[in-house]
Design a protein around this ligand. Structure first.
Ligand code: C5P
Length: 241
């Protein structure tokens, strides 16, 4: 059993384009402690012994930039670059099509913009996939969760969902390769577009296990997240993450 990693990094990062971190670079290429966010993510997965190869989906106009970052940080030969798509699902599908994986190999999909993932959580996800065929990292909800209806006057609460039933989906999300390929093919045939891989596998009728996540595994999305990530990076030891 080998483990392949897909890092979708073809987003435009439009929510990042305000405030003092405004930049022409999409967020996955911004620097955290002097190193591009994508490289931080690659470094953590490279520390996990089972990982055989990593695939990064990028926009064609970013390919050169990513290839030079990958080479500069010593990942040439360990990382393949594929063309991303207009949705995250398409970006992952393109990488999945390029994977030389056997049905019982494992694929981990990880947001390139979650650079603070730690090797222990990755290992726990791999173990959960070995046991259940499908597993994601999820963060238990601490806030009370409300379901709302959007109206012209703003949101109105329609239900309170007991928080013990809620986890926030993070990444990595891991699956047996054959299973993920079949679920993607079904989703494509049905025109279903999900915001994560688990939703694609769930609709194929497969049970997906949850591995506990951490608030430090944040998705760098909006201005301020980069400062928070830098704070975590400087103040947390690996054992706290
Ligand atoms: O858009 P969101 O912030 O949820 O992005 C999560 C990850 O998916 C990011 O790493 C982003 O670069 C990637 N993505 C992608 N292709 C897209 C949209 C998002 O690879 N079309």
């Amino acid at each position: 059993m080998r483990v392949f990693v897909i890092l979708p990094a073809a987003g435009l990062g439009t929510r990042m384009a305000v405030g003092h971190h405004a930049s022409s670079a999409p967020k996955q290429f911004l620097e955290l402690a002097g190193v591009p966010i994508l490289i931080h993510s690659l470094r953590v997965f490279a520390q996990v012994p089972q990982v055989a190869a990593m695939y990064v989906s990028v926009r064609d106009n970013e390919r050169e930039r990513v290839e030079s970052q990958v080479a500069e940080h010593g990942f040439s030969g360990k990382v393949s670059i594929v063309t991303g798509g207009d949705t995250r699902q398409e970006s992952v599908a393109n990488a999945l099509n390029a994977l030389p994986c056997a049905d019982d190999d494992i694929v981990l999909v990880h947001d390139a913009v979650r650079p603070l993932i730690d090797p222990a959580t990755i290992t726990r996800t791999i173990e959960a996939v070995e046991k259940h065929s499908a597993a994601i990292v999820g963060l238990p909800a601490v806030d009370t969760i409300k379901q709302v209806e959007r109206t012209a006057d703003g949101a109105i609460i329609t239900a309170t969902i007991p928080r013990e039933y809620i986890v926030q989906a993070q990444t990595p999300q891991g699956f047996c390769c054959g299973l993920l390929k079949r679920a993607f093919a079904e989703a494509t045939a049905d025109g279903f577009v999900g915001t994560d891989e688990a939703s694609i596998v769930e609709r194929a009728g497969v049970l997906v296990a949850v591995v506990p996540g951490s608030p430090t595994n944040l998705k760098i999305t909006q201005p301020g997240d980069l400062d928070l990530a830098e704070f975590y990076l400087n103040h947390l030891t690996a054992s706290h993450r």
